[in-house]
Design a binder for this molecule. Structure first.
Ligand SMILES: CC(C)(COP(=O)(O)OP(=O)(O)OC[C@H]1O[C@@H](n2cnc3c(N)ncnc32)[C@H](O)[C@@H]1OP(=O)(O)O)[C@@H](O)C(=O)NCCC(=O)NCCS
Length: 169
């Protein structure tokens, strides 16, 4: 995927955005668990990495970050289905939120989607997750619907958010 630049993040926060590899998975699963995201787990991510339609990225430091003692700061897991990008999971370690890491991950994913000829995206987000909704709105997503009691533990509605990249400024 040509649009993932190895040095993309070198000028910002000393991390880069990279395609996820199997070496990232232990940390990705840790982040997933700490974010209380819908659980995939190691095996599901491993399987997903092998699919040509998957789009999986990490924000990774070159050396373990002194604050988190980890290499991976955050991740984004998406998949292209029927010409549309479905964003499945996005998570950033709590100590380094608010620094634009999720935004960078999403920008790279959208750029890659466009390079594949994908012009729309869809995702579900907890109705009460204002931070994530704000992130997605900032990247051109709008609320398109609601799925009643979509999430469990705790039970909560999902908002369906969609973006049509061709209409982005
Ligand atoms: C949602 C999440 C991924 C954002 O990660 P992040 O790296 O802190 O986000 P960024 O710093 O890139 O912020 C980008 C934009 O998101 C929005 N945003 C992020 N955190 C926010 C918050 N706490 N409150 C309101 N808006 C927020 C803002 O619009 C922000 O843009 P701005 O800084 O120009 O205002 C992170 O809070 C997280 O991991 N949460 C737990 C997991 C989760 O909810 N994932 C989404 C599942 S659908």
């Amino acid at each position: 995927m040509a649009s993932v630049k190895p040095d993309h993040g070198a000028v910002s926060c000393e991390h880069g955005i990279y395609l996820m590899t199997e070496h990232d998975l232990l940390e990705v699963v840790e982040i997933e668990e700490s974010c209380a995201l819908s659980r995939w787990g190691w095996d599901a991510y491993r399987e997903e990495l092998g699919r040509p339609e998957s789009m999986m990225y990490v924000a990774r430091w070159r050396r373990p970050n002194p604050l988190t003692e980890r290499l991976v700061a955050g991740f984004l897991a998406a998949r292209v289905t029927a010409g549309e990008m479905h964003i499945n999971n996005v998570g950033v370690i709590e100590q380094v939120r608010g620094r634009g890491i999720a935004s960078e991950l999403l920008s790279v994913a959208v750029a890659d989607a466009l390079s594949r000829g994908v012009v729309s995206a869809v995702l579900e987000v907890r109705a009460g997750n204002m931070a994530a909704q704000s992130l997605y709105r900032r990247h051109g997503f709008e609320i398109a619907g609601r799925r009643r009691d979509y999430y469990s533990r705790p039970t909560e509605d999902a908002l369906v958010m969609t973006a049509a990249f061709g209409r982005r400024a």
